[in-house]
Structure formats: C-alpha cells, structure tokens
Design a protein around this ligand. Structure first.
Ligand code: CP
Ligand code: NVA
Length: 317
C-alpha cells in the first residue's frame, strides 16, 4: 500500500481561467432531479438500450493513491464501453507520488485528457484537483466520502425495492466515508437513515447537520434499534484503507456492530443487505448474511459500472 502523499497547491498558484465544467466530488454536488436523471441513464445502460459513444476520442485519467478492484475496473471498462480510453495512474508511476503538487498535476492532465477520476486520502486533495483542473473531476473515494459507490447502492435499492421513497436504511458500524455518503444520499433523496456507530466513530458532523434539514437521519449506539423494521441494512469494514494500524483497537470498539442473522431478523422481512466490498466475513458481516438470500452485493457491485458510465456521459460526453 503506497503511503499517502501531501501534494498541496503552491500557495501562490491561481487556477487558470477555465472553460465551464462540473465535478462530482460528492452526492450533494447534484440536485435530486439531476441524480434522478443519472439513475434513468444508468438504468438504460443496465438494460442495454443505450448505444451511444459519448466518450469517442476522449480519455479519462484515473489517479489511484489507494488500492482498488471495483472502482478501477468499472471506470476503465465503462470508459471503453462509452467509446473512450482510460489511463491508470498510480503513485508508483507518476510524479504525484514523488511530491509534484496536485495543482500542477491538475493543470497538466487537463491539457491531455477530458476527465480525471481520483481515489485518495484527504478529501481536500480531490477539491484542489477539481479547483485547478479545467476538465471534470470525479471522486472515486476519499477519506470523507465515496459518492459513486453510494449512488450505485441507492440504484440497487430502487432496482430491488422499487423505490427509495419512504424506505428506512440502517447503517451498522463505522461513521466512515460510506456512512457519510449515505448521509448525503438521505439529504438528497429524503429517506430515513439510522446510523448505529460506536462512540468515537461517528460520521461527519457537518454532513449530518445539513442532512437533518432534509431527512430523518439519526445516530444511535444500538445496532438492533437501528435495524428495527429497516428495508435496507448495510455496513462496511471496521478499518478502512489507511487505518490498518488501528485494526486491533477498532475490532474491540466494533465487536457489537455486526450484521448477522439475528440483526437481519429485526429488519423488515423483505429487507436487503448491501456492502460496498471488499468485505470481511466473520467481522462486520456474517457469511450467511452476505452470501444469503437477502444479500444484493453483486448487483450493487455491477451498478458501479452503470452509475459511473452515466456520470461520465453526463460530465464528459
Ligand atoms: N467498493 C469499492 O470501491 O471497491 P474497490 O476498493 O475495490 O474499488
Ligand atoms: N471504507 C472503505 C471503503 C472501501 C471501498 C475504505 O475507505 O477503505
């Protein structure tokens, strides 16, 4: 695992005057109607009725400061399916990994490519990239949010439960980038979200405060109470990328925050289970849940492809 690098913008640097473009750094960058349009496009792509090649002759640079299976493959394949070409850039190979400023990287890449996807540590680094790039920037995960994943998750809810309106989503575990993105999704779509997190592992206050203006979003210490009657039960690893050294402490703190058969029985009988993957069976989720009849994790993973193609077609097409 490469170490996080600090590659801030030089303080005097100003962005060049930029042609108008939009970024997708978090779910709340888009309005609800815009997100619904993305879903409609993603549904066409899933159904195989979308034949256009909006990225013909275009390239996507993909910066990965952290490991990835789904994000890397779905963005690369998605770009190809839309007629474009994707470049995988890891810190081992590009000057960013040796400390070249993100602002400079943004300005240079913008001269070659038509969009940049970034997976990195500090969310601020993605913001600096977006500020200095003159092409759309898409967030493929930061320590704060994982917006493409949670859009795919909400699409999976729509696919399997018909709608997200009036549904109750229970998040069990860490108040991490996934939890924060579910909060942003509740903000935009208005469904009820209950987060069961141990003390000291709560989600971001500022996102919570904003979402509470638009939806019923609550934080509890009781996983069973969160799951009571929920239509969607979802969780994530106890230690995210970059937190490997905290794994032991976290395992103790999260011992009660497990999605097992007992917890699923508290949920609605037709509840679905989601997990962004990779999963640790026997830790945050029992094998019989993730591999059981209520699990929709493979459709969820597939939906990354459709949602991201819809995002790229909209921003870069
Ligand atoms: N869910 C997700 O983003 O997976 P990867 O880390 O494999 O990209
Ligand atoms: N919370 C996890 C998600 C991985 C897709 C992490 O950041 O490592």
């Amino acid at each position: 695992m490469p170490k996080p690098v600090r590659a801030d913008a030089p303080s005097a640097a100003q962005p060049e005057s930029q042609p108008p473009h939009r970024d997708f750094l978090q779910i709340t960058d888009f309005t609800r109607p815009e997100l619904e349009q993305l879903f409609a496009l993603a549904e066409q792509m899933r159904a195989g009725t979308y034949a256009k090649k909006p990225l013909a002759g275009k390239s996507l640079a993909m910066i990965f400061m952290k490991a990835s299976t789904r994000t890397r493959v779905s963005f690369e394949v998605g770009t190809f399916q839309l007629g474009g070409h994707a470049l995988f850039l890891s810190p081992r190979d590009v000057q960013l990994g040796r400390g070249e400023p993100i602002a400079d990287t943004a300005r240079v890449l913008s001269r070659y490519v038509d969009g940049v996807m970034i997976r990195t540590f500090a969310h601020q680094d993605a913001e600096v990239l977006a500020r200095y790039a003159s092409v759309p920037v898409i967030n493929g995960l930061t320590d704060m949010v994982h917006p493409c994943q949670v859009l795919a998750d909400v699409l999976t809810v729509k696919q399997h439960l018909g709608t997200y309106d009036g549904k109750v989503v229970a998040w069990i575990g860490d108040g991490n980038n996934m939890a924060n993105s579910w909060i942003n999704a509740a903000n935009r779509f208005g469904f009820e979200l209950r987060l069961a997190c141990p003390e000291g592992y709560e989600p971001a206050d500022h996102l919570l405060a904003e979402a509470k203006k638009h939806a019923n979003v609550t934080v509890t210490r009781d996983p069973m109470a969160a799951a009571e009657g929920a239509h969607v039960v979802t969780t994530d690893v106890w230690a995210s990328m970059g937190q490997e050294q905290e794994a032991k402490t976290r395992a103790k703190a999260f011992a009660r925050f497990v999605v097992n058969g007992k917890l699923m029985k508290k949920a609605d009988p037709k509840a679905i289970f989601l997990h962004c993957l990779p999963a640790h069976r026997g830790e945050e989720v029992a094998a019989d849940v993730i591999d059981g009849p209520q699990s929709r994790v493979w459709d969820e993973a597939e939906n990354r492809l459709h949602v991201q193609k819809a995002i790229m077609a909209t921003l870069m097409g």
